[in-house]
Design a protein around this ligand. Structure first.
Ligand code: ADP
Ligand code: MG
Length: 458
């Protein structure tokens, strides 16, 4: 006889075929059939949002598929079932066998760290996968396009151009393409690079007269992913180099994926010939995920920490951090860390007191305000921060100011350098990295940053 679990597996198998993979994983992956009798079937689901989504959107499909599998029920109920703890994200990334791997073991065939293959997978972070990306309105189309590209690089949307605001998953999706391609073929040459890094390598290549190596490296890619292309706008030489790289790859049917904060037509100093290349393929406008999706993201991430977030807390967070998923994750992590240290369960009171100060922040602060505030905090004249002096008690404030311009205003490195009167943007890169590192180790730096921020947003 067919067991309940066999039945549900059969139903899931069929539903999987009729939905996008992302939707299937988000809404159906962690469901079980809890109970079945003549009148009704009870499906266990991990959280309230999945429950609501299944009730509202997928109920008919589920009933219909059950019927096709010989089970005619009057009613399906969805019940939150907390034992459904999914594998943690990190573990999942390690345990999940890669699609192309022929081995029956759970250990995926890691790309061998030899010669080119190794060099070519630089820049990819295995944390970013399709499976841990929550699909919803705003990112559905980008998700589908990225999956199509990952399945057959170079054949469909080429180039694939993703654009949209900060922290909405562009990098995550592009990296997921790279990781999926490599999982299918460990020899694939996948190159992920931010356009700032491209710029810097190009400059170094010119300086050290290695430009042919540079060109060969990028033109040898099977999949080239260039993140945040807006940063090379206005840089003639590097745009030209990129243009040639683009043409060489495109002609050879190699996949190119590009992201930006705006559509190509709105990047004012993007060279016309590059702009026209970008419209050859497919451009996708990524939007901030809607409320439901933000709730699902929170629930999933909390679940990965072994915590079920109360509905009011989830909704509170999703309502208060609307545009940036990175900030949404940050708010959640802050809450979970706070509660863990004090052995408390997350509740609305804690969430609102933690988020309260952040919430009243005005939208617009200027670069000038940041630099002024930093100078004042360290009690040095603003001219010193902007000037040439290299004493330690001036260099550190200057580095903190650069860090804040990046973290608060997301300015590009060249822009940050200019704001502080420097010519070389690599100084900005190094300074920001240094402060990032130090703020993890050094409580003084951390408290300086917090106190400057508090005053800025007060
Ligand atoms: P962008 O490149 O658009 O600025 P990222 O790809 O860096 O944004 O995303 C910011 C953070 O939010 C990352 O940690 C990413 O994993 C997470 N994130 C964004 N969208 C989703 C999503 N739909 N599901 C899960 N995590 C997401
Ligand atoms: Mg990004």
């Amino acid at each position: 006889m067919q067991t309940a679990s066999d039945l549900w597996q059969a139903v899931l198998g069929e539903i999987e075929l009729s939905l996008s993979r992302g939707n299937f994983i988000t809404w159906f992956k962690n469901t079980v059939l809890l109970k079945q009798d003549d009148e009704r079937i009870i499906i266990g689901v991990p959280n309230i949002f999945i429950k609501q989504q299944l009730e509202r959107k997928y109920n008919d499909l589920i009933i219909e598929t059950l019927r096709k599998n010989g089970t005619n029920v009057g009613q399906v109920e969805y019940k939150i079932h907390t034992a459904l703890t999914p594998v943690r994200e990190e573990e999942a990334a390690v345990l999940r066998p890669s699609p192309g791997a022929s081995t029956a073991h759970a250990t995926p065939a890691k790309p061998q760290a030899t010669g080119l293959t190794h060099a070519y997978r630089q820049g990819l972070n295995e944390r970013y996968t399709f499976d841990n990306f929550i699909v919803g309105s705003g990112n559905e189309l980008a998700y589908a396009a990225c999956q199509a590209v990952a399945a057959q690089p170079g054949t469909k949307y080429n180039p694939l151009f993703l654009y949209g605001g900060v922290g909405i998953g562009k990098t995550h999706l592009m990296q997921a393409v790279g990781n999926t391609v490599l999982a299918g073929n460990s020899q694939a040459r996948v190159v992920y690079i931010s356009s700032e890094q491209f710029l810097q390598e190009f400059v170094d290549a010119l300086r050290f007269k290695k430009n042919t190596d540079f060109a060969d490296f990028y033109r040898g890619a099977d999949v080239l992913i260039v993140d945040d292309i807006q940063f090379i706008a206005g840089k003639e030489k590097v745009q030209e180099e990129f243009f040639h790289t683009f043409n060489a790859l495109h002609q050879a049917s190699r996949q190119i994926i590009i992201s930006s904060d705006k559509p190509p037509r709105d990047i004012p100093t993007l060279e016309e010939r590059l702009r026209s290349r970008f419209v050859w393929g497919m451009s996708i406008d990524m939007q901030t995920p809607d409320f439901e999706t933000r709730c699902a993201i929170l629930q999933t991430k909390a679940h990965n920490h072994g915590i079920t977030l109360p509905t009011d807390v989830t909704e509170y967070l999703a309502n208060n951090v609307q545009t940036n998923i990175r900030e949404l994750e940050g708010a959640l992590n802050q809450l979970l860390a706070f509660c863990e240290m004090r052995a408390l369960d997350p509740n609305l009171g804690i969430a609102s007191s933690l988020l309260g100060s952040a919430q009243t922040r005005p939208k617009h602060i200027s670069a000038k305000q940041i630099i002024e505030r930093t100078a004042r905090h360290f009690q040095i004249p603003i001219e010193d921060i902007l000037g040439p002096k290299r004493d330690k008690d001036i260099v550190v404030p200057r580095q903190v100011a650069m860090y804040m311009l990046r973290s608060e205003l997301h300015l590009s490195f060249p822009k940050i350098a200019r704001e502080l009167g420097r010519k070389d943007h690599t100084t900005a890169i190094h300074s920001i990295e240094k402060i990032e590192k130090e703020s993890r180790l050094d409580a003084d730096i951390r408290s300086a940053i917090t106190s400057i921020k508090d005053k800025l947003y007060a």
